[in-house]
Ligand binder design. Sequence first.
Ligand code: AMP
Length: 307
Amino acid sequence: MSLLVVGTVAFDAIETPFGKTDKIVGGAASYIALAASYFTNDINLVSVVGDDFPEDFMNTLKKQGVSLDGLQIKQGQKSFFWSGRYHNDMNSRDTLDTQLNVLADFDPIVPDAYKTCDFLMLGNLMPSVQQKVLAQLTKRPKLIVLDTMNFWMDIAMPELLETLKGIDVLTINDSEARQLSGEYSLVKAAQKILAMGPKFLVIKKGEHGALLFNNEEVFIAPALPLEEVFDPTGAGDSFAGGFIGYLSKTKDISFENMKRAIIFGSAMASFTVQKFGTEQLIGLSQEDVDERVQDFVDLVQFDISLI
Ligand code: AMP
């Protein structure tokens, strides 16, 4: 089933306790599309870059089966740039710089062939742009997943709240859930956020895994305990890509299947953090993905018999 991915295709500069990168390729949509490409080969991308963006990476996306007809290339302009520094725990980070560049006046144009997509992943972007994409679709997708971050909560909360009314699944991290709801307890935060529009809420907790809520149920998945984490950038987006990729492959949007999708999303995130940038998400085999998912299954399996 066709999957439309919208989000940033960008340059990042990252500092972790283990090293530092100059400008490398990143962006929410890059991670989402790469992670989803291990589940479906019907992926369309809507985004914008400047003429400084490497053609090599666009070819990598194409090789992974991602169609780029909706990627605008703005001559004479610079691509979106983000820079961040991770704290020692690698679970929290500070944004050092956000240069919107081409994103500042981005007018997304959804090609006709993408307007009837079955699954829509609205990656982290200004909420007004996410809304403009929704407005261009000629058929409501089977599932709309939206990811956002504190940056947009700080500067565009009213637009974000409006956008949330029309979506199905929201994915945010724990501190963003607290910011959005004004509640410290994640259970109370989930109740408030589900009342804002989404039917499902995924709260990502970095190395502590992820929680899935709807109004009746809750599910928790661990993150894989890894010996080495080099760079958590893109983990949330890779999670989202694996999550929606698996759902679009299986065409089942029940809570039960979303539990499985959370595991596939967590598996894709665990690859991303093992190297800087998108490197580890390129050229994985089906066996690599299957083995990683099996690690998750083994990790949480236990026997209890209650008499
Ligand atoms: P994650 O680590 O999953 O939260 O995502 C990191 C990616 O998000 C990086 O590759 C950045 O390019 C991108 N990013 C950072 N800030 C923003 C923003 N304000 N809007 C959209 N994308 C962003």
